[in-house]
Design a protein around this ligand. Structure first.
Ligand SMILES: [Zn+2]
Ligand SMILES: [Zn+2]
Length: 954
């Protein structure tokens, strides 16, 4: 058995690589050759890496290693994402903070430093982890999105947008996190940005003006927005009713009449259009903000008959659709009800100063007290939450900075259409997203992020946008302050004031940028777009990028956007996108569920190569069910592969220079060339999982199970050894980019080259491919299996030769006989049958008579045993016993022995063969017991006859 202990073995190999500088040698070898440009999407340096990160990192490593073996020059630059809300939230947690106030009390300078320290800490941790995963990168030469170069590159981009007239400040309904005190953008509200939540939904009565006890019945799940109500919308085309319930007269849609329960009376049927224009009283007539508004019923075709009550509450400052309707109908649009932190603003009566979270219950109780609450029920829906802190979002009207996208949308669509997306549907997702994307909301009211260099003059309304540090210095009032900036972050950068053209001293807006700007600029900032255009041209665009599918709306989008603005083209030629990592039952991994697997635990328990095998065998189009169960099976496969290596090490000891030309060898050599061809094609087509499957099948089935079986008795032949030896090595080279550790171990143990990763990717020898032989071998394999199962049925071991087998071929497979003609010798040898006969039989009839014959027919064995056949049978059984005895004695293949067999049975015809096959220098077959003493003896009874084996190692 081989010695392979995953983690420990991998650590040894890592230090071997380190000591021999294998990666450097590889880079040096490829330097200056044709380049393969891969751009690494930055990993957020915010926590230790998870097993989900390791999927992408394994695929990235796979492709970089593959291209390197093909001789391509590569950059190997790893990236860390350093800024933005996620990092701030985790730093806040570390510091025990829970609000922006805590941060401001602590001091922005200290907070920025804490964020930077967090990046430094976790980029180190992630580097260690990635190294253990086997990822080869130019560690130490990583890019960090927080560095000055990256920041200035984005300044340049924003200035360009400004010069084009695309950068603007807009008032919008923004999805807003009141804990983080900032807006989110549409691309951030993807899968992680929603949760299944239950909210109380309320039915409230809006009193119709001038009528006693007549009300519109309105339904809402956001009671806190009623104080910003302006109108009630109905669909003019659907049916409504006027109904009497108790003392009240209520209006609602016909389809929702059930909400009134029993004991109501329909007074009148109407169309929505009949309700339009009705005036009703404010829910909060005493709030200052509500004064002077005429609340009316308005038409909207978006209202559904069975939504709530068919009458929808409209608060244009609190919802996207409401805002659009408000603009369309020229309704009054109020100021936002809430400030950045969810506290009610001035003008909201008793609500002013209260936090929306605390006020919700009070609002309902107070409405109830005033008898405006009709009914309350729980309502389950998918509701947006903050993508980082998971707080429920509110929607509020506020201003933010945007980049207009209408002009570049068509270019982005066209450019994205040229990209090869894999899987293909991902390209369609990008097109859909580009059709639906709004202007890019780039500003965030936070601290640790890209400072947006926008200066607004309050006096003359002039806007200055700074595009570089140089420009900042030119326009700064105190130039020394610019020189003395410790870094381009808040709070230091906030202190720089510039002079407006009107003469006024103006300050930077306080906002920082969307973190996707940070990552989106990478194809420019890291490729020296500003410093070295020649270099940039050499490496741009990326040949390949590999990230999760969710990055379509995030990193892939941000890069495309920025690249189209700067250069009018897509920054990548091919994209490989993969799905999510789940637990082995297919459920999402969660800390709280207890099913999450940590990277360190996984790598220590199963080893990096077993992890990599899981990642590389998964079709990226589907989620990967990762876990210890699948790892067990992979480990079994790895052991088969390693044991084959051990077998080769033991047996291939006098390898010839040329290959054996026997059919089995020609067959495996043909399979080997096909393997190289298929693996290369699959990898080129990004179907890496199919490539790995091919290698696995070749090593485990073709080579280990089939070929080794075929040549077992031929292995003394150096030419056969060469076939086995080379086939295994070529397959191991193909395996190297997938499983860098195990392939290296095999290389060092058996082939003793300095490193498998310095080998060239194998070239295909088309001449060795013999399709006809491969088909013949498929048939031969089936025939052998058929004969062996016939033997099983008769309970005659393959060691006992039989004179003849007759194969009754189904007439439809008659031509298989021609195919196997050159392989008859192989079949008879493998099955230990002297002669094969062929007859033909009608398939239907055969199946009826024979029950379950083999694939192409059935086989009848000739069971007559002659003296000669009998002697061979005993001899073969004996040889196996002797081999077992050698093994228990701990002998190697090359060790010779002295052998004595005591028995009455006549073995004379086989004496020579037994001696050769068992490595016996001397062999005596005697009838009595030997006189001298032997170290090893074994008594064997074979089919009623007694044999005693005496053995002495020499
Ligand atoms: Zn938040
Ligand atoms: Zn001015």
């Amino acid at each position: 058995m081989v010695d392979y202990s995953g983690f420990e073995t991998e650590k040894e190999i890592l230090s071997y690589w380190n000591e021999k500088k294998i990666f450097n040698k590889l880079r040096k070898r490829n330097k200056g050759k044709k380049q393969f440009s891969f751009i690494d999407g930055p990993i957020t340096a915010n926590n230790p890496m998870g097993v989900h990160h390791a999927w992408g990192r394994t695929l990235k490593d796979l492709y970089q290693r593959y291209r390197a073996m093909q001789g391509f020059d590569e950059r190997y630059q790893n990236g860390f994402d350093c800024q933005g809300l996620w990092l701030e939230v985790e730093t806040e947690k570390d510091l025990g903070f829970n609000s922006k106030k805590d941060i401001e009390n602590f001091g922005l300078d200290k907070f920025s430093k804490a964020c930077r320290q967090r990046v430094e800490k976790f980029s180190k941790v992630q580097t260690e982890q990635s190294i253990h995963l086997g990822q080869w990168m130019d560690w130490g030469n990583d890019y960090y999105t927080m560095d000055d170069n990256n920041i200035q590159s984005i300044w340049f981009f924003l200035k360009k947008c400004y010069n084009k007239g695309w950068l603007y400040k807009g008032r919008r309904i923004l999805p807003w996190c009141i804990r983080c005190g900032t807006s989110s953008s549409k691309h951030e509200m993807s899968d992680e940005g929603y949760a299944e939540l239950v909210h109380p939904s309320i039915y409230v009565k809006a009193k119709i003006k001038g009528k006693d006890n007549e009300y519109l019945l309105i339904w809402t799940t956001t009671e806190w927005t009623l104080s910003s109500n302006i109108a009630a919308a109905v669909n003019p085309d659907i049916n409504y009713v006027k109904a009497k319930k108790g003392n009240d007269i209520l209006y609602l849609s016909e389809a929702t009449i059930g909400k009134l329960g029993k004991d109501y009376e329909i007074i009148k049927n109407l169309k929505g259009a009949d309700l339009v224009g009705i005036e009703y009283e404010s829910f909060y007539p005493h709030f200052e903000i509500q004064k002077g508004i005429s609340h009316r019923v308005v038409p909207s075709s978006d209202v559904g008959a069975s939504d709530g009550t068919g009458i929808v509450h409209i608060a244009p400052s609190c919802g996207d659709m409401d805002y659009e309707l408000g603009k369309k109908l020229k309704l009054k649009i109020l100021e936002s009800a809430l400030d950045d932190f969810g506290n009610y603003n001035k003008g909201f009566g008793w609500l002013t100063g209260k936090n929306v979270k605390d006020a919700k219950k009070e609002i309902v109780n107070e409405l109830d007290k005033r008898k405006l609450l009709y009914r309350i029920e729980n309502y389950k829906h998918r509701y947006p939450v903050c993508w980082r802190c998971k707080e429920e979002l509110v929607f509020r009207l506020d201003s933010s900075w945007f980049i207009a996208c209408d002009e570049i949308r068509p270019i982005m669509k066209k450019e994205s259409g040229k990209v090869k997306w894999h899987p293909e549907h991902v390209g369609k997702l990008m097109q859909d997203w580009l059709d639906n994307m709004d202007d890019w909301n780039i500003s965030r009211r936070r601290y640790w992020g890209l400072p947006l260099m926008i200066y607004e003059c309050g006096k003359c309304n002039n806007l200055e946008v700074i595009g570089s540090l140089k420009e900042l210095k030119e326009k700064a009032i105190n130039k020394k302050d610019v020189d003395n900036l410790p870094e381009l972050h808040r709070p230091w950068i906030d202190k720089i004031k510039i002079k407006c053209k009107c003469g006024e001293e103006i300050e930077r807006i306080k906002d920082v940028g969307d973190c996707w700007l940070d990552a989106g600029i990478v194809p420019f900032s890291t490729l020296h777009y500003f410093k070295d255009k020649k270099y940039w041209k050499k490496w741009f665009p990326a040949e390949l990028e590999i990230e999760m599918r969710a990055q379509v709306r995030l990193w892939f989008y941000a890069q495309l956007f920025m690249s189209v603005v700067l250069e009018g083209v897509a920054p990548y030629k091919r994209i490989l996108a993969y799905e999510e990592v789940r637990d082995e039952k297919g459920e999402a991994m969660h800390k709280s569920k207890g099913n999450a697997i940590w990277f360190n635990e996984a790598v220590e328990k199963m080893g990096a190569d077993v992890m990599r095998w899981q990642y590389c065998s998964q079709n990226p189009q589907f989620n990967l069910n990762f876990g210890y169960g699948p790892a067990q099976e992979i480990k079994r496969n790895l052991l088969v592969i390693l044991n084959l290596g051990e077998y080769i090490k033991q047996n291939c000891i006098k390898i010839s220079k040329s290959y054996s030309k026997d059919p089995a060898s020609l067959w495996i050599l043909s399979k080997k060339e096909n393997l190289k061809n298929n693996v290369t094609n699959y990898l080129d087509n990004l179907e890496y999982h199919k490539a790995l499957e091919e290698i696995k099948n070749f090593l485990i089935f073709d080579l280990s199970k089939t070929y080794v079986q075929f040549i077992r008795s031929e292995l003394d032949d150096g030419k056969v050894q060469k076939v086995l030896h080379d086939s295994y090595y070529d397959a191991t080279i193909l395996l190297a980019p997938f499983l860098p550790f195990i392939s290296e171990k095999i290389n060092l143990d058996i082939y003793k080259k300095e490193s498998i990763h310095l080998q060239q990717w194998p070239k295909i020898n088309k001449k060795a491919i013999n399709k006809k032989l491969e088909i013949s071998m498929k048939y031969a394999g089936a025939f052998i299996q058929g004969i062996m199962s016939a033997r099983d049925k008769e309970k005659i071991s393959v060691r006992w030769p039989l004179n003849k087998a007759t194969i009754y071929l189904h007439d439809e497979h008659a031509d298989t006989r021609n195919f196997i003609k050159p392989l008859i010798g192989l079949i008879t040898k493998q099955t230990n049958i002297r002669k094969l006969n062929f007859e033909y039989v009608h398939k239907g009839l055969d199946e009826e008579l024979q029950g379950a014959p083999f694939q192409y027919g059935h086989i009848v064995l000739d069971l007559k045993i002659t003296k000669e056949l009998e002697q061979e049978g005993y001899s073969r059984e004996l040889m196996r016993k002797i081999q077992d005895l050698r093994k228990t004695a701990g002998l190697k293949k090359i060790d010779d022995i002295d052998l004595v067999i005591a028995s009455d049975y006549d073995l004379s015809d086989w004496k020579k063969e037994i001696a050769i096959r068992t490595g016996a220098k001397t062999l005596k077959i005697i009838k009595e017991m030997p006189k001298n003493i032997f170290k090893h003896t074994l008594e064997a009874e074979i089919k009623g006859k007694k044999f005693i084996i005496f053995m002495n190692p020499l």
